[in-house]
Design a protein around this ligand. Structure first.
Ligand SMILES: [Zn+2]
Length: 414
C-alpha cells in the first residue's frame, strides 16, 4: 500500500524542509518531495511536522516497555544492559507493535561490581520469565564478570556469539550511587576488553558517572559513553579529552536529575504524558532514584553545552528500566525521551540540534544506516506531531501518528 503524507513540514533528521510530501510504499520511504502518487492513501499533515521515528539511546527494556515507547513515537531503543539480544531481538524486530531494539547484553564488570548493588538479594536475571513474551523461557544471559585482562578478553567473543550488538563496560566505583568502594574494572582489564571488542569489529560503550572513570574509558579507546559524569563540574581538560577521542556521549540528563532527587512529576502532570501512562508507570515517573542529592543539575547542563560546543556527538537517552521497576524511578520509556530533548534545549542546543540527537546522530553512531533520517530507501519509521518542534521542542509531545516499518498507529484523535 502506498501512503503520501502531504502539506507538512519535514525534519529529515538533519534539517527542515518546508511543505514536503513524503511517500511510503510498504515498509520503506520511496520519495521525499514531488507530488503524491495517484491512488495513494493521503495523510494530511497540515499544521504539523513529520520527523524520523525517535531513538532512545539508553534503556533497559521489555516487550511492555517497547510497546510504551512506540506509543510515544520512539521507534528504536538501544539497550545498554539486558536480555534483548539474539533470538529475542529478532522476534521484537518483526513485531510492529513494539519499538525495535538493539542490545549490549550484559556489561563487563567485576563480580560484585555495578550494577550488582542495585539488585535485590537473590535476584537472578535468568531465573524468571519476562513479561509479555508469551511465556517462552528466556535464555540465561551471559554474565561477563571479569577482574583480569584475560577474563575480559575471554568474554568478548562469547558476548558477540550470544548476540550482543555492542560491548558495554561498567566503570563505576559506586561513589555517586550511594555505594562507595564497589569493585571496579581496572585500567588494564578495561583497555584489554575494549581492544578485543575492536578486534571483533564491535562498538564499545562505557558506563561512567565520574570524571575519573570517564578518563579511564578514554584511555582505553572507548567509542561512546552511556552517561555523563555528574560528580563535579566539567573542566576544559575533560571536555577536550572527550572531544579529541571522537567518542559520543548519551548524557541521560533525566537520569542524572533523578539521581539528584528530581522526580518526573512535572512530566507526568503534562496531560499529553499523563493520559498515556497507566498507574504503575505514573507512579514510577513520580518518584526519583535519589542517590546523589549533592549533585547539581546546572553543572550537568553546563557540561552538555560544553561537549556540544566542542563538537562531541550527543545522543538522547533516558536509562529507563522495565517493569516491575525494582531499582529506578523518575524516568520512563518513551515520555522521558521528550523530556530529555527539553533538557538538551535548556542546556543550550537549538531544537534542531536536540532533534538530531534523537534521530540522525544515534543512527550514524550505532551504524543503523536504514533509519534515523527521512530519505528515499530508508525504513518508514516516522513520527507526525502537531506544531513545530524545530522551533518549540515541547511540540514533540503533540503526538499524532507513528509509523513503525510502515505500519501506522494513530496516537491522537485530532
Ligand atoms: Zn543504564
Amino acid at each position: 500500500m502506498i501512503t503520501a503524507i502531504i502539506n507538512g513540514q519535514v525534519f529529515d533528521g538533519e534539517r527542515v524542509l518546508e511543505d514536503t510530501t513524503v511517500v511510503l510504499d510498504g515498509s520503506r520511504i520511496t520519495a521525499v518531495g514531488g507530488e503524491a502518487p495517484a491512488g495513494a492513501e493521503i495523510v494530511d499533515a497540515v499544521g504539523g511536522t513529520l520527523l524520523p521515528g525517535l531513538f532512545d539511546a539508553h534503556v533497559h527494556t521489555s516487550d511492555e516497555a517497547l510497546a510504551l515507547a512506540l506509543r510515544f513515537g520512539i521507534t528504536t531503543e538501544l539497550e545498554m544492559q539486558g536480555m534483548n539480544t539474539g533470538a529475542v531481538r529478532r522476534r521484537v524486530s518483526e513485531n510492529d507493535s513494539l519499538a525495535d531494539v538493539r542490545s549490549a547484553g550484559f556489561g563487563i564488570t567485576p563480580p560484585g561490581g555495578h550494577p550488582s548493588e542495585l539488585m535485590p538479594k537473590g535476584f537472578k536475571p535468568g531465573g524468571h520469565r519476562g513479561r509479555g513474551d508469551g511465556g517462552a523461557p528466556r535464555e540465561v544471559p551471559l554474565m561477563p564478570f571479569s577482574t583480569t585482562p584475560e577474563e575480559a578478553v575471554g568474554f568478548v567473543p562469547r558476548l558477540v556469539e550470544a548476540g550482543s550488538d555492542y560491548i558495554k563496560f561498567m566503570v563505576d566505583d559506586g561513589s555517586v550511587e550511594g555505594h562507595p568502594g564497589l569493585p571496579m574494572l581496572d585500567q588494564a582489564t578495561l583497555s584489554a576488553g575494549v581492544a578485543e571488542a575492536h578486534r571483533h569489529g564491535m562498538l564499545t560503550i562505557a558506563h561512567t558517572l565520574t570524571v575519573d572513570a570517564t578518563r579511564m574509558a578514554i584511555e582505553a579507546g572507548i567509542d561512546g559513553f552511556a552517561h555523563l559524569f555528574m560528580d563535579r563540574p566539567h573542566t576544559e581538560e575533560i571536555i577536550g579529552l572527550i572531544a579529541a577521542s571522537g567518542a559520543f556521549v548519551v548524557p541521560c540528563v533525566v537520569l542524572n536529575a533523578s539521581m539528584m532527587g528530581i522526580t518526573g512529576a512535572s512530566l507526568s502532570a503534562d496531560p499529553r504524558v499523563g493520559s498515556r501512562l497507566d498507574e504503575a508507570w505514573t507512579n514510577a515517573l513520580n518518584t526519583s532514584y535519589d542517590r546523589y542529592p549533592q549533585g547539581r543539575l546546572e553543572d550537568v547542563l553546563a557540561s552538555v553545552k560544553a561537549l556540544h560546543d566542542a563538537g562531541v556527538d550527543l545522543l538522547a537517552g533516558t536509562d529507563s528500566a522495565p517493569m516491575p521497576l525494582q531499582f529506578m524511578g523518575g524516568v520512563v520509556h518513551g515520555a522521558s525521551v521528550h523530556q530529555e530533548l527539553q533538557y538538551l534545549v535548556r542546556a543550550g542546543l537549538t531544537p534542531v540540534q536536540a532533534l538530531r540527537a534523537a534521530t540522525a546522530a544515534p543512527a550514524r553512531r550505532f551504524g543503523l544506516s536504514d533509519r534515523g533520517r527521512i530519505a528515499e530507501g530508508l525504513r518508514a519509521d516516522l513520527l507526525l506531531v502537531a506544531g513545530d518542534p524545530t522551533t518549540t521542542i515541547g511540540d514533540t509531545l503533540n503526538l499524532r501518528e507513528v509509523w513503525r516499518r510502515g505500519t501506522r498507529m494513530t496516537l491522537s484523535a485530532s
